[in-house]
Design a protein around this ligand. Structure first.
Ligand SMILES: *Cc1c(COP(=O)(O)O)cnc(C)c1O
Length: 380
């Protein structure tokens, strides 16, 4: 089965008791047994739920993996991965990562004796300098947020594996439509399905995929033992969202490219960050690693006026001012004042995140309407 067919069919089957073509929402906490221990493979819904199992099988197939393990949120999925480690183990993570992942690694797991180091991995060789005998996990996120840096997954995996260290790629920003990290050697892949997989800004859910039976067994154990599972209704929403992942991603990527072309011609726009531009420092690796360049676009305004970015945000009518990304509707945000406000200003500036940097999650509306909206907002 090819990718677009898999989004609709992989892991999905008509309900055997009724023939319902859509996966039923098994809203139940327990299952009736014939005699103690004599059951149909389902005992208690934290441990097994048929709706969740369909979602897990589907995402595993989309990522070219064998196993999917679903959680109540993307961060609950990361939490389960961190529980594979022990006190004294160390993590090396990309320095440009989702703020919630940074917080979980430092504020929660740092206290429990797992140290995380954050380094710029756009040059893969840098990883070698930081690996040591305590390193047990390399954490990658690509493209990054909001600077859209691209990491060379294959090269970083090779370096980590030479040292016997496992790798997880947070694939939330790309989705399996654009890249499949397991095929590039990654041991684990994580999704905040809240974003592109769900695709409709109506659910919070996380999922991990892997081809390793040993890792899957341990993660299923943690899923049940720690209990951070998603509800069946949320699993259903993500199963449904994924059925249009390929058409949504294709359109969103096309819209993003056209918006970038518009911004390039605009007199008020300074730097544009989009991996599809040949001027992007990681354009070559993006071209090699990704099917298209994604639907996230960041840009700076000309001049030093810190209020200028805010004015654009306040004047868009179609682009909604909001955090998050990956839905059918276009969103716009000012990371320095919103998602990244907790990072000290000097650190932000050092990494290239200016006060006026505007980030857009481009949706699937008519691109002419999106461009007209930006045009009027930029003229204020
Ligand atoms: C949103 C997000 C997460 C966290 O996922 P939740 O579902 O919000 O818990 C992790 N990584 C990335 C890249 C994200 O964008």
């Amino acid at each position: 089965m090819k990718f677009n067919t898999k989004t609709i069919h992989a892991g999905v089957h008509p309900d055997p008791s009724t023939g319902a073509i859509m996966t039923p929402i098994f809203q139940t906490s327990t299952y009736v047994q014939n005699a103690p221990g004599d059951h149909k493979g389902y005992e208690y819904a934290r441990t097994q739920n048929p709706t969740r199992q369909v979602l897990e099988a589907n995402v595993a197939a989309l990522e070219e993996g064998k196993y999917g393990i679903a959680f109540g949120s993307g961060l609950a999925a990361l939490d389960a991965i961190m529980k594979l480690l022990e006190a004294g183990d160390e993590v090396i993570a990309t320095n440009d990562l989702y703020g919630g992942s940074y917080r979980l690694m430092t504020a929660i797991y740092g206290k429990l004796g797992i140290k995380s180091t954050f380094v710029d991995l756009t040059d893969p060789e840098v990883l070698k300098e930081h690996l040591n005998e305590k390193t047990k996990l390399v954490w990658l996120e690509t493209p990054t947020n909001p600077l859209l840096r691209i990491l060379d997954i294959r090269r970083l995996v090779d370096i980590a594996h030479e040292a016997g260290v496992m790798v997880c790629v947070d694939n939330t920003f790309a989705s399996p439509y654009l890249q499949q990290p397991l095929t590039l050697g990654s041991d684990l892949v994580l999704h905040s399905a809240t974003k592109y997989l769900g695709g409709h800004s109506d659910v919070v859910l996380g999922i991990v995929a892997t081809s390793s039976e040993a890792l899957a067994e341990r993660l299923y154990y943690i899923q049940n033992a720690s209990g951070g599972v998603p509800g069946p209704q949320d699993c259903f929403l993500v199963i449904r969202g994924i059925k249009t992942l390929h058409v949504r991603m294709q359109r969103a990527c096309e819209n993003a490219a056209k918006i970038v072309a518009f911004l390039q011609e605009h007199p008020n726009v300074d730097r544009i960050i989009y991996p599809g531009l040949p001027s992007h420092p990681n354009h070559d690796i993006a071209k090699r690693q990704m099917k298209d360049f994604g639907a996230m676009v960041s840009f700076d305004l000309k001049g030093e006026d810190p209020e200028a970015g805010l004015r654009v945000l306040q004047n868009t009518k179609l682009f909604a001012l909001a955090e998050s990304l990956g839905g059918v509707e276009s969103l716009i945000s000012l990371p320095a004042a919103m998602t990244h406000a907790s990072i000290p200003r000097e650190d932000r500036l050092a990494s290239g995140l200016t006060d006026t940097l505007i980030r857009m999650s481009v949706g699937i509306e008519d691109v002419e309407d999106l461009i007209a909206d930006l045009k009027q907002a930029l003229s204020h």
